[in-house]
Design a protein around this ligand. Structure first.
Ligand code: HEM
Length: 413
């Protein structure tokens, strides 16, 4: 209600879409509804909590986001892929293939694509189910737990840890580092503030990654880190900085995204017991419920592009160098695409833009994410069909990675 009263009358040209004030309780759906209707390409003059960052365009309709996403020549990823330009050093941002344009982007991505097809990913089903049931076994004797820290985090970090070839005892350290990096603006996750990422967080991460790299250079393995280390792009090996960037990209993409979608999905199921009952009665609906959770609660609130020349979008004049944010929580509730977009309907099985809008950077991990999410929801509902919310969940204060910080539950209703 606060949101509605704040935005119903406010002139849109004075709104800063990425200002913290709009994001304390997750994505600002009321503001996005108004933007889609009145101003689907909107200019924000800056970011209140990050005055050094320039203004930017917000795109909120599904059709216009698709237009931006598919036109990499006009809307480049190579400057940066998030709105904040002062988070981490540019070598890290631009060393990740998500921060590159073709041809280099395509040459690095292709190294991984064969291992991420639905068929190859399906081979990991038993491993993922074993990890999930092991984590659920560990909480079974308890009455309450936090689904974010006690279930989602250990499962997703072990799964990506297996793909990267990491030791299980290191999962928590890497997960905490990645949570801090993606939750950079949240005082609980990153108490030191943005400056602390470069000063305190990155040096030990780089050193830890280089220890793993040295071990693999001595004894090659068949994990994703070795893929980065031994890759040859146009006859050249990746530099240590580029290997580190690739490592951080895969760890970040694999950790927080699936965790975010699983916890939001479980929250919605507990908030809507009729929908949960449908899944308990007919578990074949779970993949559809996963797509609905991806649609309603996309794990990444935005990806950014930068205009390579003067252009026009939705009637607005975009200048060369302007930042353009594609807001997926907005496009996934576009009322020209979805009937009753704010209703969580496990039978909807929607198409959506949670994995991107069909452009070059479309998510590499879709098959893995879908498999993990299906198994997590199946096993949780099977083991704890009466689970209920024990206290008000909280959101990470973030405009990039959009996720719950806490989801306290009673395991047996
Ligand atoms: C619910 C889970 C996930 C969601 C919602 C998600 C979403 C996304 C989105 C929105 C993008 C950028 C699309 C664009 O800019 O056009 C992306 C890219 C990417 N995702 Fe995911 N992702 C998920 C899980 C994963 C997992 C499990 C991995 C596994 C490693 C992964 C790896 C990647 C990579 C490597 C990229 C960069 C692709 C490129 O630049 O071409 N993602 N993801």
């Amino acid at each position: 209600m606060t949101e509605i009263s704040t935005f119903a009358q406010a002139p849109l040209d004075s709104v800063g879409v990425a200002d913290d004030a709009h994001w304390t309780d997750g994505a600002p759906h009321e503001l996005f509804r108004r933007l889609r209707r009145e101003c689907p390409v909107h200019w924000s003059a800056g970011i209140a909590q990050s005055p050094q960052d320039a203004g930017f365009w917000s795109v909120t309709s599904a059709e216009l986001i698709q237009q931006v996403s598919r036109d990499w020549e006009t809307y480049s990823s190579a400057t940066n892929f998030v709105l904040n330009d002062h988070l981490v050093p540019m070598f890290l941002v631009q060393g990740m293939f998500i921060g590159m344009d073709p041809p280099k982007h395509d040459r690095i991505k292709v190294l991984f694509q064969r291992g991420f097809t639905p068929k190859r990913i399906a081979e990991h089903e038993d491993m993922i189910r074993e990890i999930t049931t092991g984590v659920l076994d560990a909480i079974e004797q308890r009455e309450t737990c936090d689904l974010v820290t006690d279930v989602a985090q250990p499962v997703v970090s072990r799964v990506i840890g297996r793909f990267m070839g990491l030791a299980p005892e290191d999962d928590i350290v890497w997960a905490t580092n990645i949570n801090r990096m993606l939750g950079f603006g949240d005082p609980d996750l990153n108490p030191g503030g943005i400056e602390s990422l470069i000063a305190e967080l990155l040096p030990p991460m780089f050193t830890g990654c280089m220890e793993l790299v040295a071990a693999r250079r001595a004894n090659p393995t068949d994990d994703l880190l070795s893929t980065l280390i031994f890759a040859e792009i146009d006859g050249d090996k990746l530099t240590d900085e580029e290997i580190f960037a690739g490592f951080v990209l895969l760890m970040a993409a694999g950790n927080d995204s699936t965790k975010a979608t699983y916890t939001s999905c479980m929250r919605a199921l507990m908030d809507h017991p009729d929908q949960r009952q449908k899944l308990i009665d007919d578990p074949s609906l779970i993949p559809s419920a996963v797509e609905e959770a991806l649609r309603m609660f996309p794990a990444f609130a935005h990806f950014r592009r930068t205009a390579t020349n003067d252009t026009e979008l939705g009637g607005c004049a975009i200048k060369k160098g302007d930042k353009v944010a594609m807001w997926y929580p907005a496009s996934n509730r576009d009322e020209t695409v979805y009937e009753n977009p704010d209703v969580f309907d496990v039978t909807r099985n929607p198409e959506h833009q949670a994995f991107g809008a069909g452009g070059r950077h479309f998510c590499l991990g879709t098959a893995l994410a879908r498999l993990e999410l299906r198994i997590l929801v199946e096993e949780t509902l099977h083991r704890f069909p009466e689970m209920s919310i024990a206290a008000e969940p909280t959101w990470v204060l973030a405009q990039f990675s959009s996720q719950l910080k806490t989801l306290p539950v009673r395991l047996y209703g």
